[in-house]
Design a protein around this ligand. Structure first.
Ligand code: ATP
Ligand code: MG
Length: 348
Protein backbone atom coordinates (compact mmCIF):
# COMPACT_ATOMS: atom_id res chain seq x y z
CA UNK A 1 0.00 0.00 0.00
CA UNK A 2 1.06 3.55 -0.66
CA UNK A 3 3.09 4.69 2.38
CA UNK A 4 1.15 7.95 2.58
CA UNK A 5 -2.13 6.05 2.92
CA UNK A 6 -0.72 3.46 5.28
CA UNK A 7 0.63 6.23 7.57
CA UNK A 8 -2.74 7.98 7.47
CA UNK A 9 -4.66 4.73 8.21
CA UNK A 10 -2.19 3.82 10.93
CA UNK A 11 -3.06 6.95 12.91
CA UNK A 12 -6.82 6.88 12.49
CA UNK A 13 -8.44 6.66 15.95
CA UNK A 14 -10.91 3.94 14.85
CA UNK A 15 -9.99 0.33 14.01
CA UNK A 16 -9.28 0.23 10.28
CA UNK A 17 -8.48 -2.98 8.35
CA UNK A 18 -7.81 -4.02 4.79
CA UNK A 19 -9.14 -7.43 3.85
CA UNK A 20 -7.67 -9.20 0.81
CA UNK A 21 -9.74 -11.11 -1.74
CA UNK A 22 -9.10 -14.40 0.11
CA UNK A 23 -10.58 -12.82 3.29
CA UNK A 24 -7.17 -12.49 4.97
CA UNK A 25 -6.45 -9.42 7.06
CA UNK A 26 -3.64 -7.77 5.06
CA UNK A 27 -3.48 -4.56 7.09
CA UNK A 28 -4.70 -3.51 10.55
CA UNK A 29 -3.93 -0.13 12.08
CA UNK A 30 -2.78 0.54 15.66
CA UNK A 31 -6.37 1.03 16.93
CA UNK A 32 -7.41 -2.32 15.41
CA UNK A 33 -4.47 -4.19 16.96
CA UNK A 34 -5.07 -2.59 20.36
CA UNK A 35 -8.72 -3.64 20.22
CA UNK A 36 -8.52 -7.07 18.55
CA UNK A 37 -4.89 -8.20 19.04
CA UNK A 38 -2.38 -9.40 16.40
CA UNK A 39 -4.77 -10.05 13.51
CA UNK A 40 -2.61 -9.31 10.47
CA UNK A 41 -2.32 -12.39 8.22
CA UNK A 42 -5.26 -14.12 9.88
CA UNK A 43 -8.47 -15.24 8.24
CA UNK A 44 -11.31 -12.78 8.86
CA UNK A 45 -13.72 -15.63 9.71
CA UNK A 46 -11.42 -16.78 12.52
CA UNK A 47 -10.82 -13.28 13.84
CA UNK A 48 -14.45 -12.19 13.96
CA UNK A 49 -16.86 -15.06 14.30
CA UNK A 50 -19.76 -12.86 13.37
CA UNK A 51 -21.97 -13.28 10.29
CA UNK A 52 -22.62 -9.53 9.82
CA UNK A 53 -18.99 -8.69 9.19
CA UNK A 54 -18.41 -11.72 6.92
CA UNK A 55 -21.55 -11.03 4.88
CA UNK A 56 -20.66 -7.35 4.44
CA UNK A 57 -17.09 -8.16 3.32
CA UNK A 58 -18.29 -10.92 0.95
CA UNK A 59 -20.87 -8.62 -0.65
CA UNK A 60 -18.31 -5.87 -1.18
CA UNK A 61 -15.82 -8.34 -2.64
CA UNK A 62 -18.45 -9.77 -4.96
CA UNK A 63 -20.15 -6.63 -6.22
CA UNK A 64 -18.02 -3.69 -5.10
CA UNK A 65 -20.94 -2.36 -3.04
CA UNK A 66 -20.52 -0.27 0.12
CA UNK A 67 -22.02 -2.02 3.13
CA UNK A 68 -22.82 -0.98 6.71
CA UNK A 69 -23.86 -3.07 9.68
CA UNK A 70 -23.45 -3.73 13.37
CA UNK A 71 -20.88 -5.94 15.01
CA UNK A 72 -21.43 -6.90 18.63
CA UNK A 73 -18.72 -8.79 20.42
CA UNK A 74 -20.06 -10.62 23.49
CA UNK A 75 -18.07 -11.06 26.69
CA UNK A 76 -17.95 -9.70 30.21
CA UNK A 77 -17.38 -6.23 28.70
CA UNK A 78 -19.46 -6.54 25.53
CA UNK A 79 -18.48 -4.19 22.70
CA UNK A 80 -20.60 -2.81 19.88
CA UNK A 81 -19.16 -1.49 16.61
CA UNK A 82 -20.70 0.04 13.54
CA UNK A 83 -18.97 -1.39 10.48
CA UNK A 84 -18.48 0.05 7.00
CA UNK A 85 -16.96 -1.79 4.06
CA UNK A 86 -15.64 -0.02 0.98
CA UNK A 87 -14.27 -1.67 -2.12
CA UNK A 88 -10.70 -0.68 -3.02
CA UNK A 89 -8.18 -1.97 -5.57
CA UNK A 90 -4.68 -2.65 -4.35
CA UNK A 91 -3.57 -3.50 -7.88
CA UNK A 92 -5.84 -3.27 -10.92
CA UNK A 93 -6.19 -7.06 -10.76
CA UNK A 94 -6.78 -7.55 -7.05
CA UNK A 95 -9.72 -6.18 -5.19
CA UNK A 96 -9.64 -5.58 -1.42
CA UNK A 97 -12.06 -4.32 1.16
CA UNK A 98 -11.42 -1.38 3.43
CA UNK A 99 -13.15 -2.20 6.71
CA UNK A 100 -13.84 0.70 9.06
CA UNK A 101 -15.12 0.03 12.57
CA UNK A 102 -16.58 2.69 14.81
CA UNK A 103 -16.83 1.93 18.53
CA UNK A 104 -20.43 2.50 19.61
CA UNK A 105 -20.12 0.72 22.97
CA UNK A 106 -20.56 3.91 25.02
CA UNK A 107 -23.56 5.07 22.98
CA UNK A 108 -25.16 1.62 23.22
CA UNK A 109 -24.50 1.47 26.96
CA UNK A 110 -26.02 4.89 27.61
CA UNK A 111 -29.04 4.01 25.49
CA UNK A 112 -29.43 0.81 27.50
CA UNK A 113 -29.17 2.79 30.75
CA UNK A 114 -31.77 5.28 29.53
CA UNK A 115 -34.20 2.48 28.67
CA UNK A 116 -33.52 0.77 32.05
CA UNK A 117 -34.01 4.07 33.82
CA UNK A 118 -37.40 4.75 32.24
CA UNK A 119 -38.49 1.15 32.95
CA UNK A 120 -37.31 1.33 36.58
CA UNK A 121 -38.80 4.76 37.26
CA UNK A 122 -42.17 3.75 35.81
CA UNK A 123 -42.14 0.51 37.77
CA UNK A 124 -41.27 2.29 41.03
CA UNK A 125 -44.09 4.80 40.47
CA UNK A 126 -46.55 2.22 39.32
CA UNK A 127 -46.51 0.06 42.47
CA UNK A 128 -47.63 2.78 44.93
CA UNK A 129 -50.08 4.10 42.34
CA UNK A 130 -51.69 0.67 41.89
CA UNK A 131 -52.01 0.38 45.68
CA UNK A 132 -53.74 3.78 45.88
CA UNK A 133 -56.10 2.93 43.02
CA UNK A 134 -56.91 -0.42 44.64
CA UNK A 135 -57.83 1.21 47.94
CA UNK A 136 -59.95 3.88 46.24
CA UNK A 137 -61.92 1.10 44.57
CA UNK A 138 -62.36 -0.73 47.90
CA UNK A 139 -63.46 2.46 49.65
CA UNK A 140 -65.97 3.22 46.91
CA UNK A 141 -67.33 -0.32 46.98
CA UNK A 142 -67.20 -3.01 49.68
CA UNK A 143 -65.72 -0.81 52.44
CA UNK A 144 -67.79 2.32 51.82
CA UNK A 145 -69.58 2.06 55.18
CA UNK A 146 -66.73 0.63 57.21
CA UNK A 147 -65.34 3.48 59.31
CA UNK A 148 -62.45 1.43 60.71
CA UNK A 149 -61.32 0.22 57.29
CA UNK A 150 -61.57 3.76 55.92
CA UNK A 151 -59.16 5.13 58.52
CA UNK A 152 -56.71 2.29 57.97
CA UNK A 153 -56.84 2.47 54.17
CA UNK A 154 -56.47 6.25 54.15
CA UNK A 155 -53.34 5.80 56.28
CA UNK A 156 -51.85 3.36 53.76
CA UNK A 157 -52.85 5.56 50.83
CA UNK A 158 -51.17 8.51 52.53
CA UNK A 159 -47.93 6.54 52.92
CA UNK A 160 -47.99 5.32 49.33
CA UNK A 161 -48.63 8.86 48.05
CA UNK A 162 -45.74 10.07 50.21
CA UNK A 163 -43.55 7.39 48.65
CA UNK A 164 -44.41 8.65 45.16
CA UNK A 165 -43.77 12.20 46.26
CA UNK A 166 -40.35 11.30 47.64
CA UNK A 167 -39.47 9.38 44.48
CA UNK A 168 -40.34 12.34 42.26
CA UNK A 169 -38.43 14.75 44.53
CA UNK A 170 -35.35 12.51 44.43
CA UNK A 171 -35.57 12.08 40.65
CA UNK A 172 -35.81 15.84 40.12
CA UNK A 173 -32.98 16.36 42.56
CA UNK A 174 -30.83 13.79 40.79
CA UNK A 175 -31.43 15.38 37.39
CA UNK A 176 -30.52 18.85 38.77
CA UNK A 177 -27.32 17.45 40.29
CA UNK A 178 -26.44 15.75 36.99
CA UNK A 179 -27.08 18.96 35.08
CA UNK A 180 -24.68 20.96 37.31
CA UNK A 181 -22.10 18.20 37.44
CA UNK A 182 -19.69 20.13 35.21
CA UNK A 183 -20.04 23.42 37.10
CA UNK A 184 -17.58 23.66 39.97
CA UNK A 185 -19.17 24.73 43.28
CA UNK A 186 -18.20 28.21 44.49
CA UNK A 187 -19.10 28.29 48.20
CA UNK A 188 -17.12 27.26 51.27
CA UNK A 189 -18.29 24.48 53.55
CA UNK A 190 -17.16 23.47 57.02
CA UNK A 191 -17.29 19.69 56.94
CA UNK A 192 -17.27 19.16 60.73
CA UNK A 193 -20.19 21.59 61.13
CA UNK A 194 -22.13 19.93 58.32
CA UNK A 195 -21.71 16.48 59.88
CA UNK A 196 -22.73 17.83 63.31
CA UNK A 197 -25.93 19.27 61.75
CA UNK A 198 -26.70 15.88 60.18
CA UNK A 199 -26.10 14.19 63.57
CA UNK A 200 -28.60 16.60 65.21
CA UNK A 201 -31.15 15.69 62.56
CA UNK A 202 -30.67 11.92 62.90
CA UNK A 203 -30.14 11.77 66.68
CA UNK A 204 -33.71 10.68 67.45
CA UNK A 205 -33.68 7.93 64.82
CA UNK A 206 -30.33 6.63 66.11
CA UNK A 207 -31.50 6.70 69.73
CA UNK A 208 -34.62 4.74 68.84
CA UNK A 209 -32.28 1.91 67.71
CA UNK A 210 -29.99 2.49 70.73
CA UNK A 211 -27.24 3.61 68.39
CA UNK A 212 -24.53 6.15 69.20
CA UNK A 213 -23.25 8.70 66.68
CA UNK A 214 -19.56 9.52 67.18
CA UNK A 215 -17.55 12.21 65.40
CA UNK A 216 -13.75 11.93 65.44
CA UNK A 217 -11.28 14.56 64.16
CA UNK A 218 -13.64 17.54 64.30
CA UNK A 219 -11.03 19.64 66.17
CA UNK A 220 -9.03 20.31 62.98
CA UNK A 221 -10.03 23.03 60.46
CA UNK A 222 -12.19 21.33 57.84
CA UNK A 223 -13.31 24.04 55.45
CA UNK A 224 -13.36 23.14 51.74
CA UNK A 225 -14.68 24.66 48.53
CA UNK A 226 -18.10 23.16 47.92
CA UNK A 227 -21.86 23.44 47.82
CA UNK A 228 -23.25 23.45 51.37
CA UNK A 229 -26.70 22.02 50.59
CA UNK A 230 -25.29 19.29 48.40
CA UNK A 231 -22.61 18.20 50.89
CA UNK A 232 -25.23 18.19 53.61
CA UNK A 233 -27.21 15.80 51.45
CA UNK A 234 -24.15 13.56 50.93
CA UNK A 235 -23.54 13.16 54.67
CA UNK A 236 -27.22 12.86 55.39
CA UNK A 237 -27.68 10.03 52.89
CA UNK A 238 -24.57 8.16 54.06
CA UNK A 239 -25.23 8.53 57.80
CA UNK A 240 -28.95 7.80 57.30
CA UNK A 241 -27.94 4.56 55.55
CA UNK A 242 -25.56 3.68 58.40
CA UNK A 243 -28.39 4.21 60.92
CA UNK A 244 -30.90 2.35 58.78
CA UNK A 245 -28.78 -0.67 57.79
CA UNK A 246 -26.62 -0.78 60.95
CA UNK A 247 -27.37 -3.13 63.84
CA UNK A 248 -29.13 -1.83 66.96
CA UNK A 249 -26.99 -1.16 70.06
CA UNK A 250 -23.92 -0.27 68.01
CA UNK A 251 -22.03 2.94 67.28
CA UNK A 252 -21.62 4.77 63.99
CA UNK A 253 -18.21 6.35 63.82
CA UNK A 254 -17.58 9.26 61.48
CA UNK A 255 -13.91 10.21 61.17
CA UNK A 256 -12.62 13.36 59.52
CA UNK A 257 -9.08 12.93 58.23
CA UNK A 258 -6.82 15.67 56.86
CA UNK A 259 -5.17 14.61 53.59
CA UNK A 260 -2.16 16.86 53.07
CA UNK A 261 0.20 15.82 50.26
CA UNK A 262 -1.74 12.59 49.72
CA UNK A 263 0.13 9.97 47.65
CA UNK A 264 -2.60 9.18 45.11
CA UNK A 265 -4.64 12.33 44.90
CA UNK A 266 -3.15 15.36 43.24
CA UNK A 267 -4.69 17.84 45.66
CA UNK A 268 -4.86 18.36 49.39
CA UNK A 269 -8.22 17.58 50.83
CA UNK A 270 -10.31 15.96 53.49
CA UNK A 271 -11.45 12.37 53.81
CA UNK A 272 -14.49 11.35 55.79
CA UNK A 273 -15.03 7.72 56.80
CA UNK A 274 -18.50 6.60 57.88
CA UNK A 275 -18.22 3.27 59.62
CA UNK A 276 -21.17 1.16 60.73
CA UNK A 277 -21.60 -2.23 62.40
CA UNK A 278 -23.97 -4.40 60.40
CA UNK A 279 -24.26 -7.70 58.58
CA UNK A 280 -22.09 -6.18 55.86
CA UNK A 281 -22.52 -6.03 52.07
CA UNK A 282 -21.52 -8.93 49.81
CA UNK A 283 -18.70 -8.09 47.39
CA UNK A 284 -20.69 -8.48 44.18
CA UNK A 285 -23.12 -5.72 45.18
CA UNK A 286 -20.52 -3.07 46.01
CA UNK A 287 -19.77 -1.73 42.48
CA UNK A 288 -23.52 -1.48 41.75
CA UNK A 289 -24.68 0.36 44.89
CA UNK A 290 -24.43 3.81 43.29
CA UNK A 291 -26.67 2.79 40.35
CA UNK A 292 -30.10 4.37 40.42
CA UNK A 293 -32.73 2.18 42.12
CA UNK A 294 -30.20 -0.51 43.06
CA UNK A 295 -31.17 -2.11 46.37
CA UNK A 296 -29.61 -5.29 47.66
CA UNK A 297 -32.84 -6.94 48.61
CA UNK A 298 -35.57 -4.68 47.34
CA UNK A 299 -38.45 -6.68 48.80
CA UNK A 300 -36.90 -6.71 52.26
CA UNK A 301 -35.84 -3.05 52.08
CA UNK A 302 -39.33 -2.07 51.07
CA UNK A 303 -41.02 -4.06 53.83
CA UNK A 304 -38.71 -2.88 56.59
CA UNK A 305 -38.88 0.60 55.22
CA UNK A 306 -42.61 0.98 55.13
CA UNK A 307 -42.42 3.92 57.50
CA UNK A 308 -39.26 5.42 56.08
CA UNK A 309 -39.86 4.83 52.35
CA UNK A 310 -36.66 3.88 50.52
CA UNK A 311 -36.17 4.85 46.88
CA UNK A 312 -32.75 3.38 46.08
CA UNK A 313 -31.62 6.77 44.76
CA UNK A 314 -29.63 7.98 47.81
CA UNK A 315 -26.19 6.69 46.76
CA UNK A 316 -26.73 7.69 43.09
CA UNK A 317 -27.25 11.27 44.29
CA UNK A 318 -24.17 10.98 46.56
CA UNK A 319 -22.02 9.81 43.62
CA UNK A 320 -23.03 12.69 41.34
CA UNK A 321 -22.50 15.31 44.06
CA UNK A 322 -19.05 13.90 44.83
CA UNK A 323 -18.19 13.91 41.09
CA UNK A 324 -19.20 17.56 40.92
CA UNK A 325 -16.77 18.26 43.78
CA UNK A 326 -14.04 16.27 41.94
CA UNK A 327 -14.00 13.90 44.89
CA UNK A 328 -14.05 10.13 45.30
CA UNK A 329 -16.22 7.55 47.00
CA UNK A 330 -14.89 4.23 48.27
CA UNK A 331 -17.04 1.47 49.75
CA UNK A 332 -15.52 -1.29 51.88
CA UNK A 333 -17.45 -3.95 53.73
CA UNK A 334 -16.84 -7.09 55.70
CA UNK A 335 -19.57 -9.69 56.15
CA UNK A 336 -20.69 -9.90 59.76
CA UNK A 337 -18.65 -6.84 60.75
CA UNK A 338 -19.93 -3.79 58.91
CA UNK A 339 -19.20 -1.25 56.18
CA UNK A 340 -17.15 1.90 55.75
CA UNK A 341 -18.17 4.49 53.17
CA UNK A 342 -15.21 6.84 52.63
CA UNK A 343 -15.27 10.04 50.65
CA UNK A 344 -12.38 12.25 49.64
CA UNK A 345 -13.04 15.90 48.84
CA UNK A 346 -10.31 18.23 47.54
CA UNK A 347 -9.92 21.52 49.49
CA UNK A 348 -9.94 23.74 46.41
N1 ATP B 1 -24.41 1.27 55.26
C1 ATP B 1 -24.98 0.30 54.53
N2 ATP B 1 -24.96 -0.98 54.96
C2 ATP B 1 -25.53 -1.98 54.24
N3 ATP B 1 -26.17 -1.79 53.06
C3 ATP B 1 -26.22 -0.53 52.58
C4 ATP B 1 -25.63 0.58 53.28
N4 ATP B 1 -25.84 1.68 52.55
C5 ATP B 1 -26.52 1.31 51.45
N5 ATP B 1 -26.76 -0.02 51.47
C6 ATP B 1 -27.46 -0.81 50.42
O1 ATP B 1 -27.39 -0.06 49.22
C7 ATP B 1 -28.69 0.15 48.69
C8 ATP B 1 -28.73 1.51 48.00
O2 ATP B 1 -28.64 2.55 48.97
P1 ATP B 1 -29.32 3.95 48.68
O3 ATP B 1 -29.02 4.86 49.81
O4 ATP B 1 -28.93 4.38 47.31
O5 ATP B 1 -30.87 3.59 48.61
P2 ATP B 1 -31.89 3.27 49.78
O6 ATP B 1 -31.24 3.50 51.12
O7 ATP B 1 -32.48 1.93 49.49
O8 ATP B 1 -33.01 4.34 49.52
P3 ATP B 1 -32.94 5.92 49.76
O9 ATP B 1 -33.18 6.51 48.44
O10 ATP B 1 -34.03 6.15 50.72
O11 ATP B 1 -31.60 6.26 50.32
C9 ATP B 1 -29.63 0.03 49.87
O12 ATP B 1 -30.91 -0.37 49.46
C10 ATP B 1 -28.94 -1.04 50.71
O13 ATP B 1 -29.31 -2.31 50.22
MG1 MG C 1 -30.31 5.38 51.49
Amino acid sequence: MDTLFSTAFEHLPNPTLIIAGDRQVSFANKAAITTFGAIIGKDLALTFRHPNILNAVDKTLASGSTETGELSIPGPLAQVFELHTISIFETPASQCVLLLLEDKTKVARSEEMRVDFVANASHELRSPLSAILGFIETLQGPASDDEQARTRFLGIMGREAERMNRLIDDLLHLSRVEMDEHVRPKGHVDIANTIQNVFDLLETRATSKSMKLKLVGSDQPSSIKGDGDQLNQVFRNLIENAVHYGNPDTAIEVTIEQRNNPPNELKNGISVHIKDCSNGIEKQHIPRLTERFYRIDSARTRLENNAQISTGLGLAIVKHIINRHRGRLKIESEIGVGSTFSIFLPKE
